[in-house]
Design a protein around this ligand. Sequence first.
Ligand SMILES: Cc1cc2nc3c(=O)[nH]c(=O)nc-3n(C[C@H](O)[C@H](O)[C@H](O)COP(=O)(O)O)c2cc1C
Length: 221
Amino acid sequence: MVKIGSIELGDFPLLLAPMEDVSDPPFRRLCKESGCDLMFTEFISVEGLIRDADKSVQKLDIYDEERPIGIQIFGAELESMQQAAEIVQAASPEILDINYGCPVKKVVCKMAGAGILQDIDKMVSLTDAIVKSTSLPVTVKTRLGWDENSIRIEEVAERLQDVGIQALSIHGRTRKQMYKGEADWTLIGKVKNNPGFKFRSLEMVISIPRRRLWNIKTVMV
Ligand SMILES: Cc1cc2nc3c(=O)[nH]c(=O)nc-3n(C[C@H](O)[C@H](O)[C@H](O)COP(=O)(O)O)c2cc1C
C-alpha cells in the first residue's frame, strides 16, 4: 500500500502531474473519472497568493469529488512561502506540494522552481520551514539537478527526507534540459533503492516497464 502521510493510495497508484494551464478543475474531473488516484493543481505563485491576485487565488479552487488532491506552490522567499502555506492549508487540500522543478526563465531567475537547484542548502532550509509551518503533509517535485555537472539528486532526496517531506516526485531531467532530451531514469532508480531512503512512496514520471525494474510503486503522468 502506497501512503503519503495518512493518505492511502492503493498498491500501484496513478498520479496526475501538475501542469500549468492543463490540470485545472475540468481536466482533473475527467482524469478522476478515468481512474486517477491522486491529482495536483497547476503550480501557484506564492507571491500572487499572498497578494490576493485573482489568477493565483482561483487556482486554489478544489472540489470534494477530486479528493485526495495536492495544491502545488512555487516561490523563493521564506516569509512568502510560509504565508502561502497558511493560505493553502485554509483551502483544505490533502497535500501541499512544493515545486522545485519549473525550468522557465521568469521563474528560475528569482531562484524559484528549478532555480533553487543552484542552492541546495536554501532548498532544504525553505522546505524545513514549510514542513514546520503547516499540518498538511508536504511533498516536493524537483529535477535531477541544475545541469549535468551538478546532479545531486541522491543527496537532495536524503536531506529533504530528513526535514520531513512525505514524498518526492522526480522529473528525470536537469533544468538545462528543459523538457527536451532523454530523461535519466537510472538516477530515479538509485534514489528509490538507496538503503538510507525511507520514503514509503516515491512518485515520479516514469514508464510502466521501468517502474517494475526498480520496484517503484507510484507513477505520475
Ligand atoms: C504544459 C506543461 C505544464 C507543466 N506545468 C507544471 C507545473 O505547473 N508544475 C510542475 O511541477 N510541473 C509542471 N510540468 C512538468 C510535468 O509535471 C512533468 O514533470 C513533465 O512534463 C515530465 O516530462 P515529460 O513531459 O517529458 O514526460 C508541466 C509540463 C507541461 C508539459
